[in-house]
Design a protein around this ligand. Structure first.
Ligand code: GTP
Ligand code: MG
Length: 572
């Protein structure tokens, strides 16, 4: 809770002003019964109209003051709440941007989304309500009790016997509330998860006729959310009648003993009225308690979830501080006995990988699906850190290099192509927004996509993504190759990026690539591509089972021989 609420500190002035205004409102509220008692005892009972009018006017004036304070309070409370929420969202987003992927691994995407939106909203509301009404309720209970004691302590005691009972009861509700609302937020996560998965897989769902299953899955999660939210509200609904019952019982006691006291001369009628008035105000304040508990338990659950992101993730860039920020690499890449697993206790995905790629060389990485090719690639731009072993760039351990400097010189075309909404040009120039048109075209030419883009009615200005044209898998692949090339990388990582290209286009691409002086690692299923590389790295179940030229591998590796025969036929 503390970390989250420390984000309120910059707005302490607004929060403070709101709090003071709230105290003003409270003071007026606490004075009202006193004034009422005065009007009854000194005015009505004495049949003195002037007193009634004077104090009546004071009451109206104070009410207006309280009204003004209330409006201003809303303004400042809103400002404090919204600004804190804004800062929290930004802080979390920044954390996510800068955290290493390994550290983000435990968070599901949908959960991060809920944390960034719904959970922050809970905190925002809590701050607003806290400054607007929540802090007032306990103060009203305490202040009201004190005022009642001042008016007539004997009668007020009947009111106060119930307080310890109420405190115990409310603490019990609070404990249960935090637990249930923690579950509710988790259920929100789960609903979001289903929605996200569903919306990103619409086509697949239609073709596999899984709509009914999907609806069932959604209704199931949504139902759990409803069930838990309902039981949370039930708890709150239970609170209210219990509070009312206790308070009404004590009001009855006040009235009963009050009437006896008035007869015996121990109390004035106005005093009894005032105390009953305090009692009803306290009761309504206690009613707010139920809501406070609800909001507070929910906020607590949300704060914990936000703190998991704020405190549970690291900052990649901090680790790179003090390292030379700008240094061109030449592209000499070496793996030395590198092993890697995604999570601590799981089996390694890569084991004892050692190889070298000299500047300008092309290495083809081949291996069955799941062999660890993509994982190997992700280690190079430090998306993940090897569990053991060293990766060197120009002879320097990449763990000791500035991560952004390193990444700026790596061109990475991931296996799953991703374009962003915007024009084709923006997508190609995504890593180098200041690139000239000529450079963009040049990259597109090399990626063998220039002609196709030119053929579009709007050329490079064609919109892609949700509002734009739908490009084919191969077209997207080539745009993302162009995107990587435009950065003039020293190391180029092509993760199965030519899978959708026909052999002829692919050949033209590989030839065009030769003009770029970068070290290239290319994952491919096609031996025709591998044959053009300087050497071939063969992976199997995370282990390196061969490295060398085609002839060397053919002679030494049975697996490679099998692969070769399967693609080229036995007679080859
Ligand atoms: P293909 O792309 O299918 O040819 O496979 P690949 O050789 O690129 O395999 P990849 O490196 O993607 O996966 C190697 C192993 O790592 C597999 O057993 C995957 O299950 C596992 N793996 C891949 N990505 C992740 C990840 O993000 N988290 C975890 N925990 N495991 C992963
Ligand atoms: Mg892969």
């Amino acid at each position: 809770m503390r970390t989250v609420f420390s984000y309120l500190l910059p707005y302490k002035v607004a929060a403070g002003v709101a709090f003071i205004l709230m105290l003003l409102e409270l003071a007026v509220e606490l004075l009202q019964p006193l004034l009422l008692a005065k009007i009854i005892d000194d005015g009505i009972m004495q049949e003195d109209l002037a007193t009634v009018l004077t104090w009546g006017a004071v009451m109206v004036g104070l009410s207006l003051l309280a009204f003004g304070a209330g409006v201003l309070n809303s303004f400042y409370a809103g400002h404090a709440g919204q600004s804190t929420g804004f800062d929290l969202r930004n802080a979390m987003f920044r954390k996510i941007q800068r955290s290493s992927l390994g550290n983000l691994q435990p968070f599901a995407t949908s959960s991060l989304m809920t944390r960034l939106t719904n959970d922050v909203t809970q905190i925002q509301n809590t701050i607003f309500m806290g400054l607007r009404i929540m802090a007032r309720a306990p103060l009203l209970v305490v202040g009201g009790s004190i005022m009642a004691l001042v008016v007539n302590w004997r009668l007020a005691l009947f009111l106060l016997i119930t307080v310890p009972l109420l405190v115990f009861f409310l603490l019990w509700v609070l404990k249960k509330g935090v637990h249930i609302f923690g579950k509710v937020q988790q259920n929100v996560d789960e609903v979001n998860h289903v929605v996200r998965e569903n919306l990103t897989g619409l086509r697949l769902i239609r073709v596999f006729v899984r709509e009914r299953f999907e609806i069932g899955r959604f209704v199931d999660k949504s139902g759990t959310l409803m069930k838990n939210t309902r039981s949370a509200f039930r708890l709150m609904e239970l609170t209210m009648p219990v509070l009312l019952f206790l308070m009404n019982a004590s009001i009855l006691a006040v009235l009963w003993f009050g009437s006896i006291s008035v007869q015996e001369g121990g109390a004035e009628i106005g005093e009894v009225v005032a105390i009953v008035n305090y009692a009803t105000r306290i009761t309504s304040a206690l009613g707010v308690f139920a809501m406070i508990i609800m909001v507070f338990s929910r906020a607590r659950a949300s704060a914990l979830r936000i703190e998991e992101v704020l405190l549970g993730t690291d900052d990649e860039l901090v680790g790179s501080q003090g390292l030379p920020a700008e240094k061109t690499i030449s592209g000499d890449l070496a793996f030395a006995d590198v092993s890697f697993s995604y999570e601590e206790k799981t089996a390694p995905v890569l084991e004892h990988i050692s190889f070298q790629a000299k500047r300008g060389e092309t290495i083809a990485v081949i291996g069955e699906t799941g062999a660890g090719k993509s994982s190997l690639f992700q280690l190079i731009p430090k998306l993940y850190t090897p569990t053991s072993g060293v990766i060197r760039m120009d002879g320097v351990n990449i763990q000791d290099t500035n991560v952004q400097t390193l990444r700026k010189q790596i061109g990475y075309v991931p296996q799953a192509v991703r374009l962003f909404s915007g024009t084709i040009r923006e997508n190609i120039a995504w890593g180098v927004p200041e690139a000239s048109d000529a450079a963009v075209e040049e990259a597109a030419r090399t990626a063998q996509i220039h002609g196709m883009i030119e053929a579009l009615p709007e050329g490079y200005a064609t919109l892609v993504g949700q509002q734009g044209v739908n490009l084919s898998g191969g077209q997207k692949q080539r745009i993302s190759i162009a995107r990587a090339l435009l950065r003039n990388p020293k190391v180029l990582l092509l993760d199965d990026s030519t899978s959708a290209l026909d052999t002829k286009t692919e050949g033209r691409f590989l030839s065009a690539l030769e003009t770029y002086s970068c070290t290239t690692l290319i994952v491919t299923q096609k031996l025709s591509t591998a044959l053009r590389a300087d050497s071939i790295l063969l992976l199997e179940h995370g282990k390196m089972v061969g490295m060398g030229s085609h002839e060397e591998l053919l002679a030494t590796s049975p697996l490679y021989k099998k692969l070769y025969e399967s693609q080229y036929g036995k007679e080859a």
